[in-house]
Design a protein. Structure first.
Length: 446
């Protein structure tokens, strides 16, 4: 029996996911407005036969964040539309906020991307995080967590119905008859708590019928939303046990929602430093960590652990911290820091680097063989179906992964040696989505 194969996405972000990556003299910091840079990244990922590239998004920026390093540059749907014309196979996934987009606008743009790319579109629906984002959209703030997720749930329902409202088979283009069969276009007449949408969508169904739906929430509400709708999930896990706990919980929720838990790919974020030797990999990490403004990084760490860290020796082990149960501050990030210390036994400088590159996401440092050993363990125990790759530097980090790690995965039969599909659904092993139209509408002849 062939081994199970990994799913792999490239998460494109600035000059890399390490906060100091842009400071490297050889970084791509000056190219972040150059579409050729993103084309290069997407084509490298496609050369590695990855399932998709992924672009996150944010709807605000502060002067302090702009000073510290690059955040967002292009609006992601616009950029993916450009990349669709310079790639042939790789999936194109972006974040869309249900807090700010209307369902019709989002459904139309994503259906257009699916057509432009020949069936390679995917969307990660989020609820957004900051009031500053809402204040750029004529809103005083985001509202409470439950309200945001109720809006996201309704948003997904409406978007899915819109994608079904103009089926591709409605287009007849009969020169002596109708261009489209009007009886197959169905207004959805949605009236809900957050949205009122008449429909139908004015874009015919694309090659995938609907873009692939991703989810990335880790809260109980986010997990429930993923259980109901997600076809793939971007997860956060600092180590294999944390990923397994998350996956076990999410799969049980998917089953409780009446869906097949094995049909939903769970892909934790993964930061890799790859070298032909362990020392080469460690040297790549050290080079980036030494570029961090240590004063600022120590001050931020002090906030997380509620201690004065300014006098900590950067090249000594992290001083012993109080156990989680006795910590009186915000426990989420503190728990992540505790796990990073337990897994990596880092010096203070190395801990700052782990937090700077991916935060709470898993970090693997080593040779292609040692990294694939660990990835395979995650796959075999059910901790992951694949990974959302977060290279600490770009383009170098993804080039290292494609040139060194992908061949080792292929040698072990854990990853494809050629694309066998032209759509993102095909890459992920997903079938066409079931119709969300009422039975009497979906069954009309066409």
């Amino acid at each position: 029996m062939s081994p199970k194969q990994l799913k792999l996405n490239l998460f494109i972000y600035g000059a890399g996911h390490h906060q100091a990556a842009w400071r490297d003299p050889d970084s791509a910091a000056e190219r972040l407005g150059d579409t050729g840079y993103y084309t290069q990244l997407a084509q490298t990922a496609e050369r590695g036969l990855l399932d998709a590239v992924f672009l996150a998004d944010g709807q605000s920026i502060s002067p302090q964040a702009a000073k510290a390093g690059p955040t967002w540059f292009y609006e992601p749907l616009t950029l993916l539309s450009a990349l669709s014309q310079h790639t042939e196979h790789i999936g194109l996934v972006c974040t869309v906020s249900s807090s700010f987009y209307s369902p019709f606008h989002a459904a139309r743009m994503l259906a257009s991307l699916d057509h432009l790319s020949g069936g390679r579109a995917g969307v990660n629906v989020v609820t957004s995080m900051w009031d500053a984002e809402a204040q750029n959209h004529s809103m005083p703030g985001l509202g409470d967590h439950d309200t945001r997720y109720a809006r996201a749930d309704e948003f997904i329902q409406v978007v899915r119905r819109l994608w079904d409202s103009f089926p591709a088979q409605a287009i007849q283009a009969s020169r002596d008859g109708d261009f489209a069969s009007p009886e197959l276009l169905q207004p959805i007449e949605h009236v809900g708590e957050h949205f009122t949408v008449r429909g139908p969508l004015n874009v015919p169904g694309g090659p995938q019928r609907a873009p692939v739906l991703f989810q990335a929430g880790s809260s109980p509400q986010g997990r429930e939303l993923a259980a109901k709708y997600a076809e793939a999930v971007y997860a956060v896990a600092a180590d294999r046990q944390m990923a397994l706990d998350y996956g076990t919980d999410l799969r049980s929720r998917i089953a409780a929602a009446g869906r097949d838990p094995e049909a939903v790919a769970i892909m934790p974020g993964l930061v890799t430093y790859v070298g032909r030797t362990h020392e080469e990999a460690r040297a790549k990490q050290r080079r980036l960590n030494e570029l961090l403004p240590t004063g600022d990084a120590l001050k931020q760490l002090g906030v997380f652990v509620q201690q004065d860290t300014s006098g900590w020796d950067l090249d000594a082990p992290v001083p012993e911290l109080p156990p989680l149960h006795s910590f009186t501050g915000p426990k989420g990030r503190y728990a992540t820091i505790q796990r990073l210390i337990a897994v990596h036994q880092p010096t203070v400088r190395e801990l700052l680097g782990l937090l700077a590159a991916g935060g709470g996401h898993a970090t693997m440092i080593g040779t292609p063989q040692s990294i694939v050993d660990e990835m395979e363990q995650w796959l075999d125990c059910g901790a992951a179906d694949g990974f959302n790759l977060m290279p600490p530097t770009l383009p170098g980090g993804i080039e290292d992964f494609v040139d060194l790690v992908i061949p080792e995965l292929q040698r072990r039969g854990l990853f494809r040696t050629a694309y066998s599909s032209s759509t993102l659904r095909g890459h992920l092993g997903l079938g066409l989505p079931a119709s969300s139209r009422p039975r009497e509408e979906a069954s009309q002849p066409g």
